[in-house]
Design a protein around this ligand. Structure first.
Ligand code: 8ID
Ligand code: ZN
Length: 378
């Protein structure tokens, strides 16, 4: 994850050359402007400038997507602040939840046509040939590029994506609601699969009212699990409205472990998925997850945060601790399909691209429920 790679110096994967003869020549729709609006910053925590920049040109393996909507992920906030140990390229355009229309493509691209709907994800490109790519663990490819981190992201009107990794979005899917599924939806769907539990078993979601959490609750319900949502009291109604069976207020005087154990006959949930930034929540989860259960690490606190676990208790209780990062292309397709079939909703609030700094402020104040999505036309 997070390996910096420079797009222009990367060779196309071997398979691309084999199929080159089958691909159509590069093509472009008319009416692509020379310049576009984007949100750019050049120092961590510095101004998020809404300004005019050049529209990029696709390389041989790229599509150019006219981004209509892009979600605001809490990871964008961390990347802007620079508070993880790994740092992005600067100046940077953030964003890895972009949904739009293909307007140009490189000469090797045969899996997208002009006019198709496409999604740009965190994993923008991978080598396709390493051990991890072979096993479909693309998000662990050491040569991956990441949208809004090592390559320019989706807080712009026209964004590049490697065609192999870009997502196909069915035409009957609302692009504003599809955008959050490209990171938040995909990530929680994969995390739930990684929890390896059966229908009827219980999963607790920490951070259930936020962008990832609101989707995690719904995917959990759709996958047949009993869901306990954990977040601040002001998000109770929202979390229950998404289908959670029970709600736990992390700001209550009664501790979270006690409340969760009470709801699970003293045994604990079969899995706990933490999509919050809280280190305390992580450490508590290890103590209350059911013996043989699994704690899934998704939330990414500031760099340097450490898990603390009593080794003897963790061993005797046979607790699994598992990291989970986004998901692969099949997970993306499946996560989108749950939405297309009406099994999960994607609760979004739409504001203009120029309002990205206001959304970060709301995030800072923990006022966000569900996902904010930026409309790139405003
Ligand atoms: O692939 C990955 N692992 C991945 C992918 C995408 C995002 C990881 N992330 C990470 C982000 O970097 C971030 O750390 O997941 C985390 C959540 O992202 P988000 O859903 O976009 O953030 P949000 O909308 O702000 O929601 C966070 C929720 O956590 C609650 C907040 O109230 C909010 O609803 N929360 C907090 I902060 N502390 C809590 C606590 N102690 C808590 N809920 C319960 N207990
Ligand atoms: Zn994200």
């Amino acid at each position: 994850m997070f390996k910096l790679a420079i797009r222009s110096t990367r060779l196309a994967p071997r398979s691309t050359y084999i199929f080159r003869s089958l691909a159509t020549a590069s093509s472009t729709s008319p009416n692509i402007p020379a310049t576009q609006k984007a949100i750019v910053f050049d120092q961590h925590g510095g101004p998020l400038q809404y300004k005019d920049i050049q529209v990029p040109k696709p390389g041989p393996n790229d599509i150019l997507v006219n981004i209509k909507y892009t979600g605001v992920c809490n990871s964008d906030y961390h990347i802007w602040k620079g508070d993880w140990a790994i740092k992005p390229q600067l100046p940077l355009i953030l964003g890895h939840e972009g949904a739009g229309v293909v307007v140009a493509k490189g000469e090797n691209v045969s899996n997208f046509q002009i006019g198709d709907h496409a999604g740009i994800k965190w994993v923008n490109s991978t080598c396709q040939s390493c051990e991890f790519c072979q096993e479909s663990h693309e998000s662990s490819c050491p040569s991956q590029t990441n949208s809004g981190f090592s390559v320019q992201g989706t807080y712009q009107q026209y964004c590049l994506a490697n065609a192999d990794q870009a997502a196909h979005i069915p035409k009957d899917v609302d692009l504003a609601k599809a955008a959050p599924l490209l990171c938040a939806g995909l990530t929680v769907y994969k995390a739930l699969r990684n929890a390896n539990i059966r229908a009827g078993q219980t999963v607790a979601i920490i951070g259930a009212g936020g962008g990832l959490g609101s989707l995690a609750v719904q995917y959990g319900v759709a996958m047949g699990y009993r869901v306990i949502g954990i977040d601040a009291s002001n998000k109770k109604e929202h979390v229950l409205s998404k289908g959670a069976d029970a709600f736990v207020d992390f700001s209550s005087k009664v501790g979270v472990p006690e409340q969760v154990l009470e709801l699970t006959e003293g045994k604990g949930p079969h899995a706990v998925i933490n999509v919050s930034n809280s280190v305390q929540a992580y450490n508590e989860a290890i103590t209350y997850v059911r013996p043989t259960g699994t704690v899934i690490l998704v939330g990414l606190p500031q760099g340097g945060a450490k898990l603390e676990s009593d080794i003897v208790m963790q061993t005797l209780r046979a607790v699994n601790i598992k990291g989970s990062v986004v998901g692969n292309r099949a997970d993306t397709r499946e996560a989108l399909e749950f939405f297309r079939r009406g099994k999960v909703d994607s609760p979004v609030k739409i504001v203009g691209l120029s309002e990205a700094p206001d959304v970060f402020k709301l995030m800072e104040d923990r006022k966000i429920m569900g996902r904010y999505v930026l409309d790139t036309s405003k």
